[in-house]
Design a protein around this ligand. Structure first.
Ligand SMILES: NC(=O)c1ccc[n+]([C@@H]2O[C@H](COP(=O)([O-])OP(=O)(O)OC[C@H]3O[C@@H](n4cnc5c(N)ncnc54)[C@H](O)[C@@H]3O)[C@@H](O)[C@H]2O)c1
Ligand SMILES: [Zn+2]
Ligand SMILES: [Zn+2]
Length: 371
């Protein structure tokens, strides 16, 4: 039996509590990872606030993680003890139709993401005083060490600093891919990014790397707008209304080739202004997670068809983590992608509540737990 300190949620709307969790030794296809860094992504915050209620509590959150392999179970071939890995919040089985067609971000194993038992064989391998403990997205990286499936880890270059590996594992891969892969930003485009957190700032960087001519950042927080301009945005507005007016003038009414929604929380009433910012023939990508029960959205259906617009959902930047994580880390090594500058603050595991309070207050672009 292995034990770890972890940040647990005992129910929606509660704060994290630090407790000791007992975990099994790695079974077949499983890996024990010593977590070295974990980013504070808003997706965990959806669990804490209750936007995304989970089937089982307590749950260990944290998914934007990086760590060192400590032990491997029977049959594990892609990693060995000592390897550095990024945690992928969608596993890659390698054999389902999605994986086989190069769309690992849609792997069928995703179906088991919110199971309490292990993705490998369904057994309960995490306990607190004998009772089962769930892990967000089969990861639970707000912990010193964690037992995960081999399908959930991606081997990375050991020379890359831990926080950079952590950020790329979710926020950066998601934001970058939202712009480059899902929206298909091309040289000369006008792009708007709505909401400048870790995901939005990575969409700004994706648009910059793809050669966008104008990058419009929208965020009510002045610090976020300053950061966006530092990472490649050309214009920044505090509200959607001001962006619609400003972009209308800038583009002589043509608006944006693509609009990427990376608000902290997606709401039905945010879609129509995002579509107003979208040019005719343009693409509106929805990456933000909405409350699970949100089933209504404002969309002018007349203009949707008459302007030939597209609305696209986006999971994990619409790229396979096994391909995209090493590729983005190469861009970081080459100095094309800025990652160190994304981190405003680092925290200890027991400061996780403070970290999310700082995000809520608009004080940080991305925070990272280090171990
Ligand atoms: N689809 C996916 O695969 C995927 C993966 C990771 C994260 N996400 C989601 O992406 C979203 C962003 O995540 P994050 O970690 O960057 O969040 P974050 O909380 O760090 O940043 C969100 C930003 O949105 C801004 N914002 C809030 N309301 C706004 C409004 N009305 N107009 C403009 N800006 C507004 C906030 O000021 C903040 O700067 C979350 O919903 C998260 O769950 C989705
Ligand atoms: Zn995330
Ligand atoms: Zn698969």
């Amino acid at each position: 039996m292995i034990s770890t300190r972890a940040a647990l949620l005992y129910g929606p709307g509660e704060e994290y509590k630090i407790d000791t969790v007992e975990i099994d030794e790695p079974g077949p296809g499983e890996v024990l990872v010593e977590i070295r860094a974990c980013g504070l992504c808003h997706s965990d915050e959806h669990v804490r606030t209750g936007d995304m209620p989970l089937p089982h509590y307590p749950v260990i959150c944290g998914h934007e993680g990086a760590g060192e392999v400590a032990q491997v179970g029977p049959g594990v071939t892609s990693v060995a003890p000592g390897d550095h890995v990024a945690l992928a919040f969608i596993p890659s089985c390698g054999s389902c139709a999605s994986c086989r067609t190069g769309r690992g971000f849609l792997c069928d194993m995703g179906m088991k993401l919110f199971d309490t038992g292990m993705i490998t064989d369904g057994r309960i391998a995490h306990r607190i005083s004998g009772a089962p403990v769930a892990r967000f997205a089969q990861l639970g990286a707000f912990a010193e060490r964690q037992l995960v499936a081999e399908s959930s880890v991606v081997k990375v270059d050991p020379e890359i600093p831990w926080p950079a590996v952590a950020l790329v594992s979710c926020g950066v891969a998601t934001g970058f891919g939202s712009a480059v892969s899902r929206a298909g930003v091309r040289a000369g485009d006008t792009v708007a990014v709505l909401g400048i957190g870790g995901v939005g700032i990575s969409a700004v960087q994706g648009a910059r790397v793809a050669g966008a001519r104008r990058i419009i950042a929208v965020d009510p927080v002045e610090f976020k707008r300053e950061q966006a301009l530092r990472f490649g945005a050309t214009h920044a507005y505090p509200s959607l209304d001001e962006a619609i007016a400003g972009v209308g003038q800038l583009t002589w009414g043509q608006m944006c080739d693509s609009v990427i929604c990376t608000f902290g929380v997606m709401r039905g009433e945010l879609l129509e202004p995002a579509l107003t910012l979208t040019a005719k023939g343009g693409t509106c990508v929805v990456t933000s997670v909405a409350p699970m029960a949100q089933a209504q959205a404002d969309v002018n259906l007349f203009l949707l068809s008459m302007m030939n617009k597209e609305i696209k959902g986006c999971l994990y930047g619409s790229e396979s983590p096994r391909v995209q994580i090493p590729r983005l880390l190469n861009l970081y090594r080459d100095g094309v992608l800025k990652l160190d500058e994304l981190i405003t603050e680092t925290y200890r595991l027991d400061q996780v509540n403070q970290g999310y309070a700082d995000i809520e207050a608009g004080r940080i672009l991305r925070g990272v737990l280090t171990f």
